[in-house]
Design a protein around this ligand. Sequence first.
Ligand code: SER
Length: 318
Amino acid sequence: MKVEKILITGALGQIGTELCGRLSALYGTNNIVGLGLEEESKAADIALGTYISMDVTDSVALQKVIEEHEITTVYHLASLLSGTSESNPPLAWHINVDPLIFFLERAKEKKIKKLFWPSSIAVFGGGIPKTNVGQEVPLNPTTVYGISKLAGEKWCEYYFNKYQVDVRSIRYPGLISWKAPAGGGTTDYAVDIFYKAIQEQRYTSFIKENTALPMLYMEDAISATLKLMEVSQDQISVRTSYNLGGMSFTPQELAAEIKKEISEFKIDYEPDFRQAIAESWPSSINDSVAKKDWGLQYDFDITAMTKDMLLNLKKKLR
Ligand code: SER
């Protein structure tokens, strides 16, 4: 059997850092190639056979990497998140859409056999209920990031329908993790809050106290991603992107959980431009299709996640 050679873009990002470790354990470190903008020295602690520092929009260099390393599977994670995308829409479109089309083209030629690409709850917008938002609803994103993710979903579906490209995708909610920092997202408050709780016992949230958003602990996000990539093609009915709900909470509720562990913790609120982004998104998601199709499940609720975050982040920051 030919061994899978896996390429991960955004390898040193919030998801990539952890996905590299899990993929290395499954497929062997030597079969994992990571790609990122960061310089090589930053990849020293990441479980990778090869790390290549390059711009993911450089399609000539990307083509060389695929050929030289005989890549068969791609996790294309590199992306500008919601906050950052608002400050440079053309760049967000370029980074979030063009390399995806490049990979879909390579998959059409069957050089790449399987492609994973992350979408987001940012594809949702107005005209739908706020809670328990289902898989098939009208998508009216109001953010640059959401527009790029919706377009990406449609590109994935197009290449599947027309060329049977095996592309699989998840609409991630806000992702919470301690190994690598988040960056530029609206849901990042739910990561920042843990750093500040440990370092200063207080946090000023840029999201209002009562704004609920769907969130997911990274352990569960990685497990779901690997599960989706492992199931057989006939278990996949959605080729745009699967809803993932995870948990749903407000900054106030998260602060209350943290207070159970750090009693002196205090929170206040100074909402900025990201509040409007948060308000345009659902507060909870229905992920029954992913549960039915490929057995999505979670291990962490808000209490278990908070405990695990504090335990690991305290060790890391020590
Ligand atoms: N976590 C992302 C963001 O806030 C949403 O997918 O930008």
